[in-house]
Design a binder for this molecule. Structure first.
Ligand SMILES: C[S@@+](CC[C@H](N)C(=O)[O-])C[C@H]1O[C@@H](n2cnc3c(N)ncnc32)[C@H](O)[C@@H]1O
Length: 235
């Protein structure tokens, strides 16, 4: 991890007991552990690349706002390289063994232009103030190679259960959820060409294991708990 952050960020305050703070009885009934939520995101990403007949093992991947690195830990073996960044030094403390950098500014991500083929930001933008969201999108596209893909994953505010869980989760006290439509507008405004939107986490784990195809088939319906928008660097 590089350079110390000058003052603690919101997530530095949560980092020590993050796992406890995101616990919720409905969430726990939905899936046996956090692993399912991470696994589903990786499946959505894998499915996107499979539909384009592309092999993720050839891609360099950056996860913006990687937090404690759960997605990177489970997903890195599927990519040629995997890196993360986050403004919270406290969250990054759980990322040992991962290539992560401290992000000391919202305006500038700590990597060179054109360094990555694929970038994710998972449940990050609802913590980013409105006035900084487009800047963060522009940064993501700056770091992508031409035709590189940015994938923004967010809670779906159109799902009432998602809204209920967010409303009582302490780390989401300052969250402002984004619809997929708003995410697409942000990404397009920042230089992206929208490729796909997929809603997922419709069925609880036990049902999903039997009805995965139905959930995938309903991926265009804005009903599930989260969504992923994929956009490529357009220039
Ligand atoms: C809810 S956590 C999600 C962490 C991780 N992406 C995950 O899905 O487990 C939100 C993360 O976004 C980070 N974050 C907040 N503002 C950010 C910004 N402007 N740029 C990048 N990351 C930010 C926080 O520090 C925190 O680690």
């Amino acid at each position: 991890m590089s350079e110390a952050h000058e003052k603690p960020t919101e997530f530095d305050l949560y980092a020590g007991e993050y796992d406890n703070l995101i616990r919720d009885p409905i969430r726990e009934r939905f899936a046996a552990s956090n692993r399912f939520f991470v696994e589903r995101k990786l499946q959505v990403i894998q499915g996107f690349y499979e539909s384009r007949k592309a092999d993720t093992r050839a891609l360099s991947w950056l996860d913006i706002g990687c937090g404690q690195g759960e997605l990177l830990k489970m997903g890195r073996s599927r990519f040629a390289s995997a890196a993360g960044c986050d403004p919270s030094a406290g969250m990054l403390q759980s990322c040992s063994g991962l290539e992560v950098r401290l992000q000391s500014s919202v305006e500038l991500l700590p990597f060179n232009e054109g360094s990555f083929d694929f970038i994710t930001a998972v449940c990050v933008y609802h913590h980013v103030p409105d006035e900084h969201r487009e800047t963060l999108c522009r940064e993501a596209f700056r770091l992508l190679r031409p035709r590189g893909v940015f994938c923004l994953i967010e809670h779906n505010p159109l799902n009432p259960v998602t809204r209920l869980i967010v409303s009582r989760t302490p780390v989401d006290a300052n969250a402002h959820l984004l619809t997929a439509r708003l995410s697409r507008r942000l990404m397009a405004g920042a230089g992206g060409r929208i490729l796909k939107t997929q809603y997922f986490l419709l069925f609880p784990e036990q049902i999903y294991r039997r009805l995965a195809r139905v959930e995938d088939w309903m991926g265009a319906v804005p009903a599930a708990g989260q969504y992923a928008v994929f956009a490529e660097r357009a220039d």
